[in-house]
Design a protein around this ligand. Structure first.
Ligand code: C2E
Ligand code: CA
Ligand code: CA
Length: 376
């Protein structure tokens, strides 16, 4: 029996002998195929204009339009169809011509209907296999193309630096934000998802950390460098290497771990973070309040710094709930001896409100845009 996927399989039987049309239509119909018949090539051609067929079984010798001419019509009208030709003894040569014209196979008359059914199944199977291989080829081409774009991105990767300022003025530190000259990766998230798909997150993370250090050489000696980590970076041995470029300045580095991605899958986050601290790094929870992992990340990371997500900051002067959440987070942070940075400050009203709530480290377009150069 045809499988569920075959249920709608449509078969066109073309023969000038009525008996053959009927026998095949009955038998294939009982096997679950949807069968239509045509008495010659011309009728079949009209039928192909009217409906789509998966399988076409055609006689070769017919009045009006013969099988070979019909094959040419099929090629243009229904190129994906599986075509079988039926031919009498002594015309095998023509059957071979038919296969050259794209027929899948042929049966010699007289035949057993089971033979035809077996060929129909084989033909459909081959068609599925062909489609699958085609899809795979398309997928692997796409991956190769993504890989090439990714390499161009890596070659032109640079870090923009966005200041984190004291409420009273003066710069506390700079957050490094990934940028690239490759136009097909317009923002960091597109880079990260490509790296994920290509299995290159560690390589990307290493490049970011190395370049972040290079660009920071002109920063004031007391400025702190904030570097974003993807959760996958926590499993990269290079991050824990004492000879890594970033390690040389670990005492001035805060590693930001986002609260957006769950750390649940990583069983040994505490141990990893402890290792980073032993190397001199500090740790920040990024995007707190974006509402993903909840407060679980506090106990896992025991951060020195907490960065409030900009969704909490946006219009905080107009929204009492946001204000209350910020107050609660700040009090929690105080208990845990963590400093708070409010990100995404865009307006004077937001700044003033945050100041009144006791938020003393701020980041946002109100103060500066991320820039290629670290300004003292
Ligand atoms: P994030 O770590 O929360 O970084 C802050 C994002 O907000 C940056 O966008 C920054 O340009 C933007 N921003 C800063 N101030 C304001 C503001 O006042 N208003 C508005 N509307 N936006 C502001 P960017 O650079 O596009 O980065 C987006 C996200 O991509 C980052 O969010 C971070 O999750 C990720 N990302 C960026 N660079 C890196 C990196 O080097 N490594 C990793 N793993 N992730 C990165
Ligand atoms: Ca960040
Ligand atoms: Ca953030």
């Amino acid at each position: 029996m045809p499988t569920a996927a075959d249920e709608q399989t449509r078969v066109l039987v073309v023969d000038d002998e009525r008996f053959i049309r009927e026998v095949l239509a009955d038998f294939l119909g009982m096997e679950g195929y949807l069968v239509r018949t045509a008495e010659d090539g011309a009728a079949a051609s009209r039928e192909l204009d009217r409906a789509r067929y998966h399988v076409i079984i055609t006689d070769l010798k017919m009045p009006n339009m013969g099988g070979l001419d019909l094959l040419r019509e099929i090629k243009s009208k229904s190129p994906d169809a599986v075509t079988l030709v039926m031919t009498g003894f002594g015309t095998v040569e023509t059957a071979i011509d038919a296969m050259k014209c794209g027929a899948f196979d042929y049966v010699l008359k007289p035949f057993k209907v089971e033979q035809v059914l077996a060929l129909v199944r084989q033909g459909l199977q081959a068609r599925r296999e062909g489609a699958r291989q085609n899809a795979e080829r398309v997928k692997s081409d796409a991956k190769a193309e993504l890989g090439a774009r990714f390499e161009r991105m890596m070659d032109t990767l640079w870090l923009a630096y966005h200041p984190i300022v004291h409420i009273g003025g003066g710069v506390y530190g700079f957050e490094a934000l990934m940028r690239s000259e490759e136009p097909s990766f317009p923002d960091p998230s597109s880079v990260l998802s490509a790296a994920e798909e290509l299995g290159l997150l560690h390589r990307l993370g290493r490049q970011i950390r190395a370049r972040a250090v290079e660009g920071f050489v002109h920063a004031p000696a007391d400025a702190i460098l904030f570097v974003n980590l993807h959760p996958a970076d926590l499993t990269d041995p290079e991050l824990y290497s004492q000879s890594a470029p970033l390690a040389a300045m670990a005492e001035r580095v805060v590693l930001e771990v986002t609260e957006r991605a769950s750390l649940d899958k990583m069983s040994d986050v505490r141990e990893r973070v402890a290792k980073l601290r032993a190397l001199g790094y500090r740790v920040a929870i990024d995007d707190l309040g974006a509402g993903y992992a909840g407060l679980a990340s506090f106990t896992k990371l025991e951060p020195e710094i907490v960065k409030l997500d900009m969704s909490l900051v946006r219009d905080v002067h107009l929204n009492v709930t946001q204000e209350k959440i910020i107050v609660a987070m700040m009090s929690l942070a105080r208990e845990l001896k963590a400093r708070v940075v409010a990100e995404g400050v865009e307006t004077e009203e937001e700044r003033a409100k945050l100041a009144s709530l006791g938020c003393d480290l701020l980041q946002g377009f109100l103060f500066a845009r991320p820039e290629r150069i670290v300004r003292p």
